[in-house]
Design a protein around this ligand. Structure first.
Ligand SMILES: [Zn+2]
Length: 159
């Protein structure tokens, strides 16, 4: 049995006047992440982890932010395309473990819906999509609510 491991990390600025998309769902908040796409930091980290596991580069290589085709694109579409690349290489996803770093709002009430949304796109059980969240105890740009970070690790298995 052949396995590949991958990791991804993504950062976005938080600003007023943007919808806050995270883990594929819309979360009510007074700020949202700034970016060319919907700026879903968790989905981008998972994309990078899957691409990284197969040495396929990163999300910026596959979906350049200079390309108008990706302006305001739903990151769930990008996630599905990354998973298609995984399949084309003959691999399937075993599990994801991720962490979101942000000061506010509280993420725990939304975690199950994120897990189910991601699991449905990637054709795995929601129990195989781990999503953790931590504040930085008001330290740094994250603690000042200026930005959000997500990290993800994935394990792929050869079909
Ligand atoms: Zn991003």
């Amino acid at each position: 049995m052949s396995y590949r491991i991958g990791q991804g990390i993504d950062f976005h600025k938080l600003v007023e006047g943007r919808e806050f998309w995270l883990g594929g769902i819309l979360i009510p908040h007074n700020k949202g992440a700034l970016g060319h796409s919907d700026a879903d930091v968790l989905l981008h980290a998972i994309c990078d982890a899957m691409l990284g596991a197969l040495s396929l580069g990163d999300i910026g290589k596959h979906f350049p932010d200079t390309d108008a085709a990706y302006k305001n694109i739903d990151s769930k579409v990008l996630l599905k395309r990354c998973y298609d690349l995984v399949h084309e290489k003959g691999y399937t996803l075993v599990n994801i473990d991720s962490t979101i770093l942000l000061q506010a709002p509280k993420i725990r009430p939304h975690v199950e819906q994120m897990q189910r949304t991601i699991a449905q796109i990637l054709d795995i059980s929601f129990e195989d999509v781990s999503i953790k969240a931590t504040t930085t105890e008001h330290l740094s740009f994250i603690g000042r609510e200026e930005g959000i970070v997500a990290t993800a690790n994935v394990l792929l298995q050869k079909i």
